[in-house]
Design a protein around this ligand. Structure first.
Ligand SMILES: C[S@@+](CC[C@H](N)C(=O)[O-])C[C@H]1O[C@@H](n2cnc3c(N)ncnc32)[C@H](O)[C@@H]1O
Length: 366
């Protein structure tokens, strides 16, 4: 199918009905910040599958768009769309592909062969996977997302590390994500049946887009299906391009898009990396009167103490040096971030991190 038709052209995006290889070929090179692709799986399903308890039919993916003659045909298709995706990607862009064990390993090889540089493979662990009805294998409870930069030398890709940490209650986000599959009210229905067999959860796309793009960036999905990527992109204030070969699925995406209101700009601001903030030396805290020479600093358990000297250095017994050096020596560690290690105590003995005092100074500098 290759009947090009633009379903929607809006200020923030475009929904195109057509074949993604041909349609991406029409897009400008180096114009896209983030590609998210959920390509056909090549599931090679044979026969229909019935639930053992009531013999009802399991909704698998038996559609024509998932059928390929053989692995060679699938590989040729994969390389064709990946080459176009790489061409349209900016030097600072990145690409995510999601797949199952049926296709993700073939895609991984193609990615490396085409020059992409793999950054992570993220496992989406499904909290509510479909059981293995025949009991002949393990429950298939995961999908894999490969995240890559345009090439090895392309170091300028976006990764909103602090935003991911913040989303995870201030703990570094890991590469295994536990999220439910798309069910209930979120699952789009048409005449009482699923409108698309493989609609992805919006939470998954929101996480990908928040992690790897900025507000105003262009997000492209060449296999749009029911539109999850553009819905999440629009909500998060990104520009979007969706390509889908089926006019029926594109219609579903258009209807979903129409219901989305982008979040306010202020709500889209994410946590900034500390290194992007103005540098405040520890001595500034003394100069601003937030800490006094002669005051004692403590570790979080109040087991380690050090005395602050007039020049901003610390004395810990015979040892002297910066907040970082004394923090490291006190723990017998190679290195220490003194800002997160040391605290000051008030009259009641309650502790305040010196990092939060630094934040006060930074706010004055803003
Ligand atoms: C796995 S589904 C994507 C589902 C989507 N992520 C969602 O959340 O709804 C793959 C989609 O790609 C479409 N497709 C397959 N081959 C295509 C091609 N060559 N060009 C454009 N779309 C294609 C199929 O029609 C199908 O809707």
């Amino acid at each position: 199918m290759s009947h090009t038709k633009t379903k929607i052209r809006a200020e923030a995006g475009e929904l195109i009905v057509g074949d993604c290889v041909q349609e991406m070929a029409r897009l400008q090179a180096d114009s896209v910040d983030l590609v998210f692709a959920d390509p056909p799986y090549n599931l090679q399903l044979g026969g229909e599958l019935l639930r053992p308890n009531n013999q009802s039919r399991v909704d698998g993916v038996a559609d024509d768009w998932d059928k390929f003659e053989d692995f060679a045909a699938y590989d040729a298709f994969t390389r064709a769309w990946l080459a176009e995706a790489r061409r349209v990607l900016k030097e600072t862009g990145s690409l995510w592909v999601i797949g199952t064990y049926h296709n993700i390993h073939r895609i991984g090889t193609a990615l490396q062969d085409l020059g992409f540089w793999l950054l992570n493979d993220v496992v989406w662990r499904k909290s509510n996977p479909m059981p293995n009805f025949r009991g002949r294998r393990f429950t298939n409870a995961q999908e894999t997302l490969i995240w890559c930069a345009k090439g090895e030398a392309h170091k300028g890709y976006t990764f909103n590390y602090e935003a991911m940490k913040s989303l995870n209650e201030d703990i570094q986000m890991r590469s295994d994500w536990l999220l439910p599959i798309c069910t209930g009210a979120e699952r789009v229905k048409k005449n009482g049946r699923k409108a698309h067999p493989t609609q992805k959860p919006e939470a998954l796309l929101q996480r990908v887009i928040l992690a790897a793009s900025k507000p105003g960036d262009v997000v492209l999905d060449p296999f749009l299906g029911s539109g999850t990527t553009v819905v999440a992109a629009k909500r998060l204030g990104r520009r979007w391009i969706g390509i889908e070969q089926s006019a029926d699925y594109a219609e579903v995406a258009a209807t979903r898009l129409a219901e989305v209101t982008p979040l306010d700009g202020v709500d889209l601001e994410t946590m900034k990396p500390k290194r992007a903030e103005p540098r405040v030396p520890f001595g500034n805290l003394l100069e601003r009167g937030l800490i006094a020479p002669g005051e004692t600093l403590y570790d979080r358990m109040k087991k380690v103490k050090a005395r602050v000297r007039a020049d901003g250095s610390l004395a810990h017994g015979p040892l002297t040096g910066s907040i970082h050096r004394i923090g490291a020596l006190a723990q017998g560690a190679q290195a220490c971030n003194g800002w997160t290690y040391w605290y000051v105590a008030d009259e009641k003995g309650d502790l305040t991190s010196i990092d939060s005092l630094r934040d006060l100074v930074r706010k004055e500098l803003d």
